[in-house]
Write a protein that binds this ligand. Structure first.
Ligand code: NAD
Length: 347
């Protein structure tokens, strides 16, 4: 079988740490093309993969030899590049958040439908074996009916991760990022909440603040560096989510689910991946696997899932609809914070 030939747009950290190595590790795919706004960066990465560097996105997308494209450039480029690639007949794996607005996610899904190509979104946390195990245990009824859920993602900020290790990173640029911690980290947590509960968010009340991140000239950034949300799922499950770019201690990527028969803690106890505490005081521990941190990246599995969905024609584990529904909650959360009130999530 011929390999899936992949072009990657954006050659920053997520490409260097995840997309490029995971396509190369997969026996059914290879990285053949790269593009970055910064041509030197693309050339540097290309040297390690034997890939061709393109001078423009248009040229890369027009290459008939390319079957699939990963979009790993700043958030503002996700929708335009994805649509361009889908219209040219490529399968697309687009990083999170899927887009800036719901009008764009709809256009992306339409373009995929029309082209008959796969559109997958980079919500990698649902590919994590630990989250999959947790979902299986929840569905088996181990902790009974879910009453509430709490999920956190707090690290020291994207300027400690981005290829541009400074406060001039695009993550702090309102035009390129559009969302602060709410879109960047909330995209992971809201998707995992949807995945674990197998439910959608009904309404949300969110607060966003900027406490510590500053531009090089000393002004606080125009985007939130912290966000907290409370929400109800359609089933009535009550949820809370805290995301932060100002946790200068150990990274926190935990989720706790409270059921009427017990509690499930995922990455809440640093010694164990899942701990279930039942009403009768039994404690069950499952060591399934760790979660990536900004310092230590582990294989995400998202690339393998994308490649397999291209080869077999099955749906990817994270669909365009998943990206859309997760973005709908982020958009409602941002609006709720701006208007300081509860809002129904509009899908
Ligand atoms: N799924 C995850 O866990 C995860 C983790 C990190 C980042 N991401 C997402 O991946 C995307 C890239 O983030 P990153 O961490 O690699 O950022 P980064 O700052 O490390 O790299 C961004 C790269 O994009 C390039 N770029 C800027 N404008 C461009 C344009 N118009 N066209 C092409 N390239 C352009 C930059 O030169 C840079 O090389 C973002 O959308 C981010 O949200 C996802």
């Amino acid at each position: 079988m011929e390999k899936v030939r992949v072009g990657i747009i954006g050659c920053g950290m997520i490409t260097a740490r995840r997309h490029a190595p995971e396509y190369t590790d997969n026996p059914h795919s290879e990285v053949v093309a790269l593009y970055d706004f910064d041509q030197e960066r693309a050339k540097e990465l290309a040297a390690g993969y034997g890939a061709k560097v393109y001078a423009t996105v248009e040229e890369l997308i027009a290459d008939p030899e390319i079957d699939a494209v990963s979009i790993c450039s700043p958030n503002s480029t996700h929708a335009p590049y994805s649509i361009m690639a889908l219209e040219a007949g490529k399968h697309v794996l687009c990083e999170k958040p899927m887009a800036l607005e719901l009008a764009d996610t709809r256009k992306m899904m339409e373009a995929a439908e029309k082209a008959g190509k796969i559109l997958m979104i980079g919500h990698n946390q649902r590919l994590l074996p630990t989250h999959r195990k947790a979902r299986e245990l929840l569905q088996s009824g181990m902790i009974g009916n879910i009453l509430s859920i709490q999920s956190n993602f707090r690290h020291r900020g994207p300027e400690y991760w981005s290829v541009n290790r400074s406060n001039s990173t695009w993550f702090f640029d309102k035009n390129k990022a559009h969302f602060g911690a709410l879109g960047d980290l909330g995209a992971h947590k809201l998707d995992i909440i949807r995945f674990l509960t197998n439910d959608e968010v009904e309404d949300i009340c969110c607060e966003t603040v900027t406490r510590d991140k500053r531009y090089p000239d000393g002004r606080l950034i125009d985007l939130e560096d912290n966000a907290s949300a409370i929400f109800h799922m359609k089933s009535g499950v009550f949820g809370t989510m805290n995301v932060s770019w100002t946790n200068y201690g150990e990274e926190d990527n935990s989720t706790i689910i409270y059921g009427d028969k017990g509690v499930m803690k995922i990455f809440g106890d640093f010694a164990d991946d899942i701990v279930v505490e039942l009403r009768d005081d039994t404690r069950v521990k499952y060591q399934v696997g760790a979660i990536s941190t900004n310092q230590k990246q582990l294989k995400s599995g998202i690339i393998d899932d994308f490649v397999d969905s291209i080869i077999t024609g099955r749906q990817p584990t994270v669909t365009g609809k998943d990206g859309h529904n997760t973005l709908a909650v982020i958009v409602a959360g941002k609006k709720s914070a701006a208007e300081r009130r509860w809002l129904q999530v509009e899908y």
